[in-house]
Ligand binder design. Structure first.
Ligand code: F6R
Length: 615
């Protein structure tokens, strides 16, 4: 949560920082602010609201000159989202300025101590406490900014990615991270700081990703010195060459990132299996699995930990892994798992799924599992993310940047990776026949075309969206592999259109939710031919006889459900385990169109942020 951006170099910092903030707005958009140093004066402008609000305010408030800048886009934790609580924050003297992503948990005790020493505070934030603590260390111990940051951080408990600037030493920015991501872009005599690489990708492909517990002093024209915050050890920074390009992080003609990302799924899925699935040779290559085959295939149990949409992908994977690899699977909310003293043994393999690779609860679950001796396999999208580095092995989804806050292509590509893993394990263990294995590969190869086919239902879905956009509740039902898809469809609708929606296993409806059904209630039912079809048709009958409105997702050519449903959306036929890759498409489109019709901010729904780096 929260996005931070910094620049020090030879060009104007303002446009770099402003654009960077716009790219990081997916991380939070409660407030935004920028501080600039023009060689003489440190100026700041900040406001509640979005980066667009900041732009107009800043340009009328301060001059935009300066080759040093720090910017912040906030997802509020401590203190309500108002102008005063917005970042950056000055120290009492006005010499230091800080931006911070994370939470300083012991801020209250530190604040009391600083107050006793005469410090005053304008905001309710933990961040203002930190910048004054740093100032206090400089004053009391007579040390430079880097050392002061280090001493101050060693007194804090919590999580942070920070950047601090001292106007009396204007050729350096000091940054540090623990639990929140921080990348340093290394250009020609210029440096960038950001929560991810998107703010600086058009200027440089070279980046240093700080590890947890590291800090760096970045000196204009001089370079970057990285050291451990705890024990001061110098670290030789690894400069990574990024594969990201500008096009991937722009909208490419679509109205919203979410729509672009929905339409990217055919390519995203093939990018996920490309190079891994060798259909003609009847092979799946996944380095993270190949290198640890004995450990993974001999697991007594898989425990999947994830949050939100990634957790739904985990539920689909439960069906696939148990079915194909015959290894028992438990799927856990990372946030519950980490706090309930779970039974984990060395024979368990924990699979952590995370698009961002930064989700705090998933990270904590991984650490717990590792402590107890389990082997942890990560499925992440963001290359070099904290989770991908913390796990023992893993597989990237290669979906490309997902910027819309509502996850779409992450879900389908996570399922793709986990399906490949299940097939590979099944083949290795002999729990799936060679012909079945081969058939799955062939069918997987057809999925991108079939997703394209499913995307063609867009016009029909707009009609359905228009019809039901004013509903206040909506039910989503599915069975087997499509039960998690029902949960995912409901989550998508809730988060971007703010319509209350529930996902249920279709057969559970009669144990309670059926009481909700009346002529006002739209019920989205996934009723594909493969998998419990007849039973789902009976559920549809039950809804119909109570006058519920039925929107059915069916296999191409289905006539039976067409007779019963108010609307029928067809998806191409495939094998049952792969149906989630298709049935999820109309549900993503439905939530998208309803949200657009209701005038909601699709890419930045209220109260949400893309990566949840606080628990
Ligand atoms: C829903 C959504 C969230 C995320 C969840 C986990 O559309 O985006 O529910 O799925 O916050 O995030 P990651 O996958 O980054 O760990």
């Amino acid at each position: 949560m929260c996005g931070i951006v910094g620049y020090i170099g030879h060009r104007d910092a303002y446009p770099v920082v402003l654009k960077g903030l716009q790219r990081l707005e997916y991380r939070g958009y409660d407030s935004a602010g920028i501080a600039l140093f023009d060689g003489a004066e440190l100026k700041m402008s900040k406001t509640k609201g979005k980066v667009a609000d900041l732009k107009s305010r800043l340009e009328s408030e301060i001059s935009t000159n300066g080759t040093v800048g720090l910017g912040h886009t906030r997802w509020a934790t401590h203190g309500e989202p108002n102008d005063v609580n917005s970042h950056p924050h000055y120290s009492n003297s006005g010499d230091l300025v800080i931006i911070h992503n994370g939470i300083i948990e012991n801020y209250d005790a530190l604040k009391k101590e600083l107050k006793k020493r005469g410090y005053t505070f304008k905001s309710d934030t933990d961040t203002e406490v930190l910048v004054n603590l740093i100032e206090d260390v400089i004053k009391e111990e007579g040390v430079k900014l880097g050392k002061a940051v280090q001493i101050a951080l060693n007194q804090t408990v919590g999580a942070y990615a920070i950047a601090v600037f001292n106007k009396t030493k204007p050729d350096e920015i000091v940054v540090a991270r623990l639990g929140s991501p921080l990348a340093i872009g290394v250009g020609e005599d210029e440096f960038f700081v950001a929560s991810d690489a998107s703010p600086f990708i058009e200027f440089t492909n070279n980046a240093i990703y700080l590890e947890d517990g590291e800090m760096a002093v970045i000196r204009r024209n001089k370079g970057v010195k990285v050291r451990k915050i705890k024990d001061d050890t110098l670290v030789d920074p690894y400069i990574q060459e990024l594969q990201l390009n500008l096009e991937q992080i722009e909208k490419g003609g679509f109205d919203h990132f979410m729509l672009k990302e929905i339409h990217e799924q055919p390519n995203a899925i093939s990018d996920t299996y490309r190079g891994r699935m060798l259909v003609e040779q009847g092979l799946i290559r996944m380095a993270g699995v190949d290198d640890n085959m004995e450990r993974i295939a001999n697991a007594k149990r898989f425990i999947i930990v994830a949050c939100g949409t990634s957790w739904h992908a985990g539920l689909v994977a439960e069906y696939i892994l148990e079915d194909l690899a015959r290894i028992p699977v438990e799927v856990e909310y990372a946030s519950e798992f980490r706090y309930r003293n779970p039974i984990i043994t060395e024979n368990d393999v924990v699979i952590a799924i995370s698009q961002s690779g930064e989700t705090a609860d998933t990270m904590a679950a991984i650490k717990l599992a590792k402590e107890k001796g389990a082997f942890v396999f990560g499925v992440c999208n963001v290359v070099g993310s904290s989770i991908s580095r913390e796990t023992n092995a893993g597989a990237y989804t290669h979906a490309g940047p997902e910027i819309g806050v509502a996850s779409t292509k992450a879900f389908t590509t996570q399922i793709t990776v986990l399906t490949l893993m299940a097939l590979k394990l099944g083949k290795f263990k002999g729990t799936i026949s060679i012909s079945d294995f081969q058939f799955h590969l062939q069918e997987m190869e057809r999925i991108p075309e079939k997703v394209k086919q499913a995307l063609k239902s867009d016009a029909l879905i707009q009609e359905i969206a228009d019809k039901y956009k004013d509903a206040t509740n909506c039910l989503y039902l599915g069975r087997g592999y499509n039960f998690p898809v029902a949960l995912e469809g409901a989550l998508k609708l809730k988060e971007i259109s703010y319509i209350h929606a529930e996902g249920y296993p279709a057969a559970e409806m009669k144990h309670g939710p059926i009481a909700l059904i009346d002529e006002q209630m739209p019920v989205v039912v996934i009723a594909t031919k493969k998998g419990h079809y007849e039973k789902v048709v009976s559920n549809i009958q039950e809804i119909k006889s109570r006058k519920g409105k039925i929107i059915a997702i069916v296999t191409e050519g289905d006539e039976e459900v067409r007779e019963l449903a108010d609307y029928v959306v067809e998806v191409p036929e495939t094998i049952e385990s792969l149906t989630p890759l298709l049935t999820t498409i109309p549900l993503q489109l439905l939530s998208y169109h309803i949200a657009v019709m209701l005038g909601k901010n699709v890419d930045q729904p209220r109260n949400l942020a893309k990566s949840v780096t606080v628990e």
